[in-house]
Write a protein that binds this ligand. Structure first.
Ligand code: ATP
Ligand code: MG
Ligand code: FE
Length: 336
């Protein structure tokens, strides 16, 4: 099975060719980060324009790199949502046009299902499993009883982890997105500030990061007012320690409540070194029988190969879309 996959939900224009849902033949990602940096975040209008400008080149590159033609594809998959409506529409329109012209089945994919099923490109998944989804817009624990059921068993009540990283990075004067930069700085610092770990002792699987973010910003502003130097590495390390402790503790709690054989990481923040190490260490200590799957950095952030992996699953299940497929900016998880 060959799938041509599209992802354009935010600021990456990406097209991939994926074989049997497990093998990447190509995964071309055109990032627009530089165009958004001077605004400190993604500007929707600019994002849409970039997608329009890039998409045909990215399609060409993905097919050339894979050494395949569109006629060899078994289906065309595309991110339907959630995301920026103007950005999603570019991928959806391109996928629909090609599906129509080449008479290929069309498959609409949920962006977060894509992040989770990116792990299929790492190794075969076994069910039931738990996914820790940590991205720019989502922080969720998802229970999958089988390959077509996504149950949110815990989620953030306010900010997503990646969003908190980026806001905190901005306060420290780091360019957008700040996540990876804080991760790097954290290696050189220590947890000297002991920021609050929200909801750690509450008996649920939910998260909250806005209090941590405010505490961080207030501490920095107070220092600035007193003209004290900002020890960026310690700030970064303290912030990261709080985020990682909460994510790891709640994930271990989920494993207490749900008996699974596999834990998978998903989303841009899954690239975080502190989190990867923290989760691996906790799992070894508390649930050595649970297998941990961590995607390579190239599959953590937005990319089309993950949409191909999820699309392939839908193809096998016979779940197709028709030409009425539309962008769904607020697309929620649905249990199929
Ligand atoms: P969503 O997937 O929820 O719709 P998104 O697609 O914008 O949101 P992703 O592309 O999955 O988000 O992830 C981007 C986020 O990951 C950004 O917030 C970025 O700062 C964060 N991120 C990337 N690398 C790291 C890292 N090493 N440590 C922490 N955060 C990181
Ligand atoms: Mg992005
Ligand atoms: Fe994403």
């Amino acid at each position: 099975r060959l799938i041509l996959a599209f992802e354009s939900s935010c600021d990456e224009t990406s097209v991939a060719v994926v074989q049997n849902g497990s093998e990447i033949l190509s995964n071309v990602v055109s990032s627009q980060i530089k165009s958004h940096q001077r605004f400190g975040g993604v500007v929707p209008e600019i994002a849409s324009r970039h997608h329009v400008e890039q998409i045909t080149y990215v399609i060409e590159a993905a097919l050339t790199e894979a050494g395949k033609t569109i006629d060899e594809m078994d289906a065309i998959a595309v991110t339907q949502g959630p995301g920026l409506v103007g950005a999603l529409l570019i991928g959806v329109s391109a996928a629909k046009s090609l599906a129509f012209v080449h008479q290929k089945p069309l498959i609409g994919v949920h962006h977060i299902e894509g992040h989770i099923l990116a792990n299929r490109l790492v190794q075969p998944l076994t069910y039931p499993l738990i996914a820790l989804v940590v991205s720019g817009g989502h922080t969720e624990l998802v229970y999958m009883a089988n390959d077509h059921s996504f149950e949110i068993i815990g989620e953030t009540r306010d900010d997503a982890a990646g969003e908190a990283y980026d806001k905190v990075g901005r306060t420290m004067g780091l360019t957008y997105p700040g996540g990876a930069k804080i991760d790097k700085l954290a290696l050189e610092g220590e947890d000297t500030y002991h920021f609050p770990r929200a909801m750690l002792h509450e008996d649920n699987l939910d998260f909250s990061f806005s209090g941590l973010k405010s505490s961080f910003i207030n501490t920095i502003h107070n220092k600035e007012q007193r003209n004290e130097p900002i020890d960026k590495a310690n700030f970064a390390a303290s912030f990261q320690a709080a985020v990682v402790e909460v994510l790891v503790t709640k994930t271990m709690r989920a494993l207490e409540h749900y008996s699974v054989g596999m834990l998978v990481m998903a989303g841009g923040v899954a690239a975080n070194q502190g989190l990867r190490q923290g989760l691996a260490a906790a799992l070894t200590a508390q649930f050595p029988e649970v297998e941990l799957v961590i995607p390579p950095l190239s599959l953590c952030g937005d990319n089309a190969a993950m949409i191909g992996a999820a699309g392939d699953m839908l193809l096998q299940q016979g779940v197709f879309s028709d030409m009425s497929l539309n962008a769904r900016p607020g697309f929620m998880f649905e249990k199929h």
